[in-house]
Design a protein around this ligand. Structure first.
Ligand SMILES: NC(=O)c1ccc[n+]([C@@H]2O[C@H](COP(=O)([O-])OP(=O)(O)OC[C@H]3O[C@@H](n4cnc5c(N)ncnc54)[C@H](OP(=O)(O)O)[C@@H]3O)[C@@H](O)[C@H]2O)c1
Length: 299
């Protein structure tokens, strides 16, 4: 059981994509953590690769400062020359915990390392008490089914599949991944739920994002023009509920059965705003309108 919205911590310590250390740093991300917890978010997603371990280290450190329970999800890269068990131990050390609540396979890399062997090793880590639940990430419907079946042999359920999902990345619906996850009882953790800031409405041609996103065509004149109907509808819903565009975009995801969004937050304001997606709901009619205007993004 986790809060209906989690916080993604890729940007905590990551210089290359997000520019950690330039426009924000440790103080800002610590404030994001504290604001999220104060607003009722108890679930945080990280990965061993984020900031080359720095995201896990920061999260572990911040968790020590709160008395309320926090659930941590992390991910590891299943490269054949690495041993799954030593990766788990390294994450446990960085996070300073005895058990990781959710341990996810970051991507379905199976070269030289059979999925059966991988899931057997993960099931053993559950039995040892090092991890509480097992998840995958970026797995297709069939890959997820196989992971589910492999784990079932050891009596371990597949808890989540973490995939890209937002109003402007709806491919998982068309590909049948969402339907299959519901059949299997696997929760979808929706990553990049704000389309990396696009759905906040703050990025325009005059005010483009800096860094890696400036090369992303979704932030170009053509990309932004295509987005206009979605931003317009988000704006109408936001006004009707006295919420922001980000909160509406996240609430749409929360209304999809079996989906938990994990928006990133670099500072207290963003964390607090994203937490404000909880505690209210869009109406069935608003959900239908958002569904209609975002249909082009199923392709
Ligand atoms: N499994 C995977 O392969 C994978 C891949 C990607 C992400 N993830 C996970 O998913 C999490 C979220 O995805 P994401 O970080 O790619 O994208 P996202 O959540 O869609 O966007 C996050 C970015 O949007 C901006 N933002 C967030 N909240 C805002 C608010 N309330 N107001 C204004 N701006 C706001 C911030 O950047 P600016 O302020 O710079 O605009 C923030 O870094 C990651 O942290 C990570 O945990 C997993």
């Amino acid at each position: 059981m986790v809060s209906p919205v989690g916080i993604g911590t890729w940007a905590w310590g990551d210089k290359l994509f997000w520019g950690y250390g330039d426009r924000y740093g440790a103080a800002e991300v610590e404030a994001a953590f504290q604001a999220a917890v104060a607003a009722g978010i108890t679930f945080f997603d990280t990965a061993e690769v984020y900031g080359m371990g720095e995201s896990e280290r920061l999260l572990g450190q911040f968790c020590k400062s709160v008395s309320s329970p926090v659930q941590i999800a992390t991910k590891f890269g299943p490269l054949p020359w690495r041993f799954t068990k030593s990766s788990v131990r390294a994450s446990l050390d960085r996070l300073q915990v005895e058990t990781i609540d959710l341990y996810q396979v970051h991507w379905p890399f199976s070269f030289l390392l059979g999925q059966e062997t991988l899931f057997e090793a993960l099931a053993e880590c559950v039995q040892k008490g090092w991890i509480r639940a097992v998840g995958v990430s970026n797995y297709s419907a069939d890959q997820m089914q196989k992971a589910h079946d492999s784990l079932a042999r050891f009596g371990v359920p597949l808890a989540v599949n973490q995939v890209r999902y937002s109003l402007v990345t709806r491919q998982i619906e068309k590909q049948g991944l969402l339907a299959r996850s519901r059949q299997l009882g696997v929760t979808i953790l929706a990553y990049s739920p704000l389309a990396q800031g696009l759905l906040t409405g703050k990025y325009t041609l005059d005010s483009p994002p800096q860094g890696a996103r400036s090369f992303d065509t979704r932030f170009s004149a053509k990309g932004l023009a295509k987005l206009t109907p979605v931003l317009h509808t988000l704006g109408q819903c936001a006004e009707a509920h006295d919420k922001t565009l980000s909160q509406v975009a996240l609430n749409w995801l929360m209304n999809q059965e079996g989906v938990i969004p994990i928006p990133g937050a670099k500072n207290a304001m963003q964390a607090q705003e994203n937490a404000g997606a909880m505690g209210w709901s869009l109406t069935p009619q608003e959900l239908e309108t958002l569904d209609r205007v975002s249909r082009p993004w199923m392709e």
